[in-house]
Design a protein around this ligand. Structure first.
Ligand code: 0O2
Length: 241
């Protein structure tokens, strides 16, 4: 049976000369169904990782009377970005190739309050029995030349579907509010945009990243000083409340 799509986007049986009906190549629909299944799989993996992070945040908040995680964002990589990355790296444009070669189709971004929260959350996630850490890139201890800072982990977690268990890779990026502020604006303005600025804008952005990194350190030191000064009486009072 020949299939086609009418101008309303509805699937129709296409007669050879049917007007306004776009012919759909054989195999395309099967691929489309498999692509949707793959995206669903990554969405489920993101949900699992977010739950793990929310549990950690609740537990740490109860123990320390403050939230280490401010916000969790997530995304499944857009089809256009998937194709661009496969092409750039010279991999075949197939669903199997996406699953085998790309680590960041599922992405979770964790925004922490303070610098030390990043390492606490990363360590606690990595320690979990069902989390396998495949790669770590510490762009905080080793920032990128443009000033980008963030802690990246590629992890693999099992997801239980109706008929199978599948190990799925998720990229987790952990950073402070300040680092996220810089990276979000850098992403909007410059990242991957091939801007010819003869170094001037890049230098300014790098300087801003430095200022932000120093501010993160100062905020952490302020928090530590406050914690040191909190008298045991005050903590006792807090417990009573
Ligand atoms: P998006 O829109 O955030 O998903 P790649 O650049 O992906 O080919 P690799 O080794 O996979 O190479 O990536 P890497 O360096 O571990 O991190 C890639 C992701 O980190 C990017 O994802 C960004 O989210 C973030 N990132 C890395 N460097 C920068 C930077 O200089 N500025 C900003 N703003 N973000 C950065 P995507 O898929 O490129 O984009």
């Amino acid at each position: 049976m020949n299939l086609g799509m009418n101008p309303n986007g509805e699937l129709v049986q296409s007669a050879v000369n049917a007007p306004n009906v776009i012919e759909i190549p054989e195999g395309f629909l099967n691929e489309a169904v498999r692509f949707r299944e793959m995206m669903m799989m990554y969405t489920c993996a993101i949900r699992e990782v977010k739950t793990k992070l929310e549990v950690l945040n609740d537990d740490l908040a109860t123990k320390n009377q403050r939230n280490p995680i401010q916000m969790i964002k997530s995304r499944v990589k857009k089809p256009a970005s998937i194709i661009e990355k496969l092409k750039r790296r010279g991999y075949p444009l197939t669903i199997q190739s996406i699953v085998e070669n790309l680590d960041d189709v599922a992405g979770v971004r964790v925004i922490c309050s303070f610098l030390d929260d990043i390492y606490t959350v990363a360590e606690m996630l990595a320690r979990q029995d069902d989390v396998k850490v495949l790669m770590v890139k510490d762009y905080i201890r080793c920032p990128k030349v443009n000033g980008y800072r963030s802690y990246h982990m590629i992890i693999e977690i099992p997801v239980y579907f109706s008929d199978r268990k599948q190990n799925i890779r998720v990229e987790v990026q952990i950073r402070t509010i300040a680092m996220d502020f810089w990276a979000s604006l850098d992403h909007q303005m410059k990242y991957k945009k091939n801007l010819d600025d003869s170094g001037e804008i890049s230098e300014e952005l790098r300087e801003c990243a430095e200022t932000i990194a120093q501010t993160d350190m100062r905020m952490l030191n302020i928090r530590k000083k406050i914690e040191e000064r909190e008298s045991p009486d005050m903590l006792l009072q807090f417990d009573k409340d």
